[in-house]
Design a protein. Structure first.
Length: 218
């Protein structure tokens, strides 16, 4: 007699708990890059302010990275509100996503410690692209395997898919443009002042995507 085990579904609640924990730890670790200043004169306000100003780049990097991780947490949470079940392969995609989240404090530390070095975005921006691709892959797989909420209609699922793919493509394209431009600047020694403008390419896309989401109720 052959025994057949019941089909196993990963607990959606446990996955979301794991994800919340990893995000919370990653956000907390990033603040460790901001060092408490050591003062020669512990009562000197000018010395204290000078030391805090010296830490301005890590502080800004921390704020930026917390906002970025907060956006990814929100996007994942919103996406999983519409995913009904989780199988082992969808779990694997989630673990890849969590790997990117856990790596993010390192990327944030690099950008905070070496703000004037164009090479910092060789790590930071591909990390953003990887997280975006993972989100798109999660939805694409869940949609293809019928793991979405049965109350979600096919048109809504397709629109969500297109939105994810467009976002992942845009972040990946901007990352590639930055890396190519930075390599050219390093080789020619010209145009360094324009490198910071490349991420602004994302702004028109972000406003268009937001308008599209509101128009379609996504």
């Amino acid at each position: 007699m052959t025994l057949k085990l019941p089909e196993f579904w990963v607990s959606k609640a446990r996955l979301e708990t794991l994800l919340d924990g990893v995000f919370a730890i990653a956000m907390t670790l990033m603040v460790l890059e901001i060092k408490v200043p050591e003062l020669q004169n512990r009562r000197s306000m000018p010395e204290l302010l000078a030391q805090v100003a010296h830490n301005l780049a890590p502080i800004l990097g921390f704020i930026l990275s917390v906002v970025v991780l907060g956006i990814f947490w929100y996007k994942h949470h919103r996406q999983y509100h519409l995913i009904h079940r989780v199988d082992s392969r969808l779990l694997a995609i989630n673990l890849a996503f969590l790997t990117g989240v856990a790596f993010f404090p390192f990327a944030a530390g690099i950008i905070g410690r070496f703000p004037g070095n164009p090479g910092v975005f060789f790590i930071y921006m591909p990390c953003l692209a990887f997280l975006s691709i993972c989100l798109a892959a999660q939805w694409a797989y869940a949609r293809r395997k019928g793991l979405l909420d049965p109350d979600l209609d096919a048109e809504g699922a397709t629109l969500f898919h297109h939105m994810n793919v467009a976002a992942a493509a845009a972040v990946t394209l901007v990352s590639a443009l930055y890396i190519v431009a930075a390599l050219l600047v390093e080789r020619t020694g010209q145009g360094r002042q324009w490198l910071g403008l490349i991420p602004l390419v994302m702004l028109p896309f972000a406003f268009t995507l937001r308008h599209w989401r509101k128009r379609h109720g996504i």
